[in-house]
Design a protein around this ligand. Structure first.
Ligand SMILES: Cc1cc2nc3c(=O)[nH]c(=O)nc-3n(C[C@H](O)[C@H](O)[C@H](O)COP(=O)(O)O)c2cc1C
Ligand code: SF4
Length: 408
């Protein structure tokens, strides 16, 4: 097993891309026992890498405390956020970390089944993942009585999504897994109590799970040596856009935007979209800000725009995405995103009033607390941040040959 693993390695990084020997995490976890695993995960301060940053130890403890004859571990590999492609790298190059993270989670909370919800567009990697799972079964790292632990059976299956962004939202994902339309559920109840098929379920991002074997083998204190007090460890950033070296980078939380731009060879940068389409657009004057949950938070997507980019076009592109991807279940998101897009088209034509644009900003703020799920609660972020931070460019009277906007 190690031969195949090592033959694939080509990256370096302090935590996730640091040395790891396949199988080590499971062996160590069994030696430690459930209580100590939870203790180390809590000590590490690990927060969910899927975007929301929920403390992983708390999620695991809640699911462990839920009483049920069945429990499930779901690995969220939907990776639909525009500009995010770091989970793809983990699954392709470091499957041992992801799958072993699932086994350790299953052992800790008393689950016997793990499911990887794999983004539809990642179908091409299914075969290599299935091969890896088969190899783990042969090594008895999956299956019955894993490495002699007679009271623990665990296996993992892969379920392919169909390409809907909203299915990355954990309750929509569960609906989709159950064979229903991928629409978010009302919460509470939360998946930790009532998840897949009504049973307690952990839904964790690929990167969150991939951090676990490192935390178990090297310790929670080792992990929290990296990053900041509130954002411990390192983060994988998917960097795209106007730079010389786009790609996946492992950097400690707390790295400033300016530092990241230097690492990836970005020049004449005007704006950086942090957190994908649903994130925030940061202008040059704020490049001192740090990548961390307490400042510029991101599930990993960093999109760079240089001075030649038209920020209104950037914004339009994001809003078209949300209009397309809204599941339509609740009015603030179904109608709200369409109205925001119409507003952008009015600005494009130079046919708007500032009163109307201000009304749209109010609508955006209303969506933030009235939409049912994270999609509609965050789709307005680029609308507010781009209009605010690039108002001189967007509302420039010269934009449409002098016909831009009426100040009423
Ligand atoms: C519209 C939408 C899409 C999402 N897409 C993903 C995704 O592709 N991958 C992911 O891990 N989390 C995604 N999330 C967050 C999940 O709902 C959930 O918070 C996450 O999987 C929990 O894992 P974590 O605690 O390890 O971060 C999405 C949320 C929303 C609202
Ligand atoms: S916010 Fe949007 S995606 Fe979420 S439930 Fe409402 S309509 Fe569906």
């Amino acid at each position: 097993m190690e031969t195949l693993l090592n033959s694939q390695k080509k990256r370096g990084g302090p935590v996730l891309f640091s040395r790891y020997k396949g199988g080590e995490g499971i062996h160590k976890a069994f030696e430690m026992g459930r209580e100590n695993i939870l203790f180390e995960v809590k000590t590490s301060g690990l927060k969910g890498r899927g975007g929301a940053g929920f403390p992983t130890a708390t999620k695991w403890m809640l699911t462990a405390a839920s009483v049920s004859d069945k429990k499930f571990i779901i690995c969220n590999a939907d990776e639909g956020e525009p500009g995010t492609f770091k989970d793809r790298v983990l699954l392709l190059e470091y499957p041992e970390l992801v799958f072993e993270g699932m086994v350790i989670a299953g052992y800790t909370i008393g689950a016997n089944q793990g499911i990887v919800y794999l983004r539809g567009e990642y179908e091409y990697m299914r075969k290599s993942l299935e091969d890896y799972l088969e190899m783990m079964r042969k090594e008895n790292l999956l299956g019955k009585a894993i490495i002699g632990k007679t009271d623990f059976n665990f296996d993992i299956k892969i379920h392919l999504g169909s390409g809907a962004y909203v299915c990355g939202e954990e309750t929509a994902l569960i609906e989709s897994l159950e064979g229903s339309r991928g629409e978010p559920r009302n919460r509470p109840p939360y998946p930790v109590n009532t998840g897949y098929k009504g049973h307690p379920t952990i839904v964790n991002n690929v990167e969150t799970l991939a951090s676990i074997p490192h935390i178990i083998t090297k310790g929670g204190e080792w992990f929290r040596k990296y990053g900041t007090e509130k954002s411990t460890g390192s983060k994988l950033f998917s960097v795209s856009g106007d730079c010389e070296k786009p790609g996946v980078y492992e950097l400690p939380w707390g790295t400033s935007i300016k530092e990241l731009l230097e690492v990836v060879g970005a020049k004449d940068t005007k704006a950086v979209q942090i957190g994908g389409a649903s994130g925030t657009c940061v202008p040059k004057s704020q490049f001192h800000r740090i990548l961390a949950f307490e400042d510029a938070a991101t599930g990993g997507s960093v999109i760079i725009f240089n001075e030649n980019r038209d920020m209104l076009k950037v914004l339009k592109n994001f809003m078209e995405f949300f209009v397309e991807e809204s599941c339509g279940q609740c009015t603030p998101c179904r109608i709200g995103n369409v109205k925001l897009l119409e507003g952008i088209e009015m600005i494009e034509r130079g046919n708007y009033t500032f009163t109307y644009i201000n009304n749209l900003k109010d609508l955006a703020r209303t969506m933030q607390f009235s939409a049912k799920c994270g999609l509609g609660q965050s789709s307005l972020n680029p609308f507010l941040s781009i209009l605010e931070n690039f108002k001189d460019e967007i509302f420039n009277p010269c934009r449409n040959g002098g016909s831009n906007g009426k100040a009423s």
